[in-house]
Write a protein that binds this ligand. Structure first.
Ligand SMILES: Cc1cc2nc3c(=O)[nH]c(=O)nc-3n(C[C@H](O)[C@H](O)[C@H](O)COP(=O)(O)O)c2cc1C
Length: 174
């Protein structure tokens, strides 16, 4: 498992190759297997493989989302805010699980933040996506995970990348 974590990097360029149905199914299973506060399973997901939709979603952010237009697949990670206040935590765990299983399947992925981000000065990224995908207002949009076979190579992390200054034992002091 740790090997997988060292290996995973954000991949923003993808080969023009479809992700097989069986792999999409495994990504969906990963999303659904994530833990959830009070077991209410507030997470919701929209799997997108339609080129036109991917192109429109790539414009969700003023910057930081344009690479989605060339991805063959995306999973929009949502949370039902009417069932729990910590829907954002539930959603982010699912998003992370999707990224790790993508890595294990030889796929590259990258998180695109949507919550608390702007599409334009007058519209949030969330409103922009809710309109396109017909998402009701209580179903909040956390992020989009862009997925595809890697079209770029990035070096894996190594021990020297780990900053242990960020870690404390028994109190916030060295
Ligand atoms: C909460 C969160 C939001 C992120 N938002 C974006 C984003 O909107 N666009 C993007 O290209 N990358 C985004 N990323 C990816 C980060 O830029 C990336 O994880 C970071 O640079 C570390 O690189 P690595 O994933 O290769 O280890 C996000 C990552 C996280 C965890």
């Amino acid at each position: 498992m740790l090997d997988l974590l060292f290996q995973r990097r954000s991949i923003r360029k993808y080969k023009d190759v479809k992700v097989e149905k069986e792999k999409v199914e495994q990504l969906v299973q990963a999303a659904l297997l994530a833990p959830s506060a009070r077991s209410v399973y507030s997470q919701r997901f929209i799997v997108i493989d339609d080129k036109d939709l991917l192109n429109r979603l790539s414009k969700a952010r003023e910057q930081g989302s344009s690479f989605l237009k060339d991805a063959p697949l995306a999973i929009v990670v949502l949370g039902d805010s009417s069932v729990i206040d910590v829907w954002t935590e539930d959603a982010t765990i699912s998003a992370t699980m999707i990224q790790l299983v993508a890595e294990s399947l030889g796929l590259g992925s990258c998180w695109i933040q949507i919550r608390n981000r702007q599409h334009s000065s007058s519209k949030t990224s969330e409103e922009y996506i809710q309109d396109i995908l017909e998402i009701p207002s209580e179903i909040r949009v956390q992020c989009i995970i862009a997925i595809g076979y890697p079209g770029e190579e990035k070096p894996p992390r190594s021990q020297k990348d780990l900053n242990y200054d960020r870690v404390f034992y028994n109190a916030y002091r060295n």
